[in-house]
Design a protein around this ligand. Sequence first.
Ligand code: CA
Length: 293
Amino acid sequence: MVSAISVETALEAGDVLGESPVWSREEQSLYWVDILRPSVRRWTPATGEQRDWQLPAEVGSMALRERGGAVLALRTGFALLDFATGAVTGLHDPEPEATGNRFNDGKCDPAGRFWAGTMDCAEKEPLGALYRLDPDHRSHRMTGGVICSNGLGWSPDGRTMYYTDTWTHRIDAFDFDLGTGRIENRRTFAETPPGEGHPDGLTVDSEGGIWSARWDGWRVVRYAPDGSVDRTVELPVPRPTSCAFGGPGLSDLFVTSASTGLSPATLDEAPLSGAVFRIDAGVTGLTDATFAG
Ligand code: CA
């Protein structure tokens, strides 16, 4: 079912490859990254204020830290960003030899560990892996054989972790142990049909619904917790990349998007490619977790 839910352009951000949206309840601001610019971006809807932090390497994803600033998954490994000074401090590169890989999507679990995965930049071979960066700044390799590590999220009860390797055309689920951060029992949560785009970033709402952005699919799809498609929301751009709930009541679904790789004809058809969209989703989100390290 294609839903009549309203979609509006929140910000003509002009992103090359917008990704990793995160809502700060404290600042009532949306943070995200432009992977290729590369930068961390912030926008405060109530005031319209915008700020960018330029980064020294491609940035796949970010999360906010409890103590301020952000944790980043850079091409060169995990790093911290100080918002006051703009300084970037490297923590650890778990794949120093894998020069054809870069970090991609990442997110904090409800206990404050930062999860991020890598991808084969050619998006062909299963050379990537998923890592967990703990608050002590040690990283752990949690699963391998990944072509393009993408959307991550946790069920409201913290017992299920959702995970996307885009080129498997599946969203998978793991049993998740919130206390230890262990994952097991990987299984298919949903398969994505050909012709409806490739599963990219995702977020989980307060009812346990999973919202999955569809690269080259012009849409975001909501799944019920049993894996059935509940709703499809069409967008005016082919490459939505990820989504996050924000706004005063966590009732706005913000969707990032990309302009990279699109033909001039497609850009003519979809001039808002690279914008941030706002969907009145009719359901509220969960507070984005912060990094405890
Ligand atoms: Ca992505």
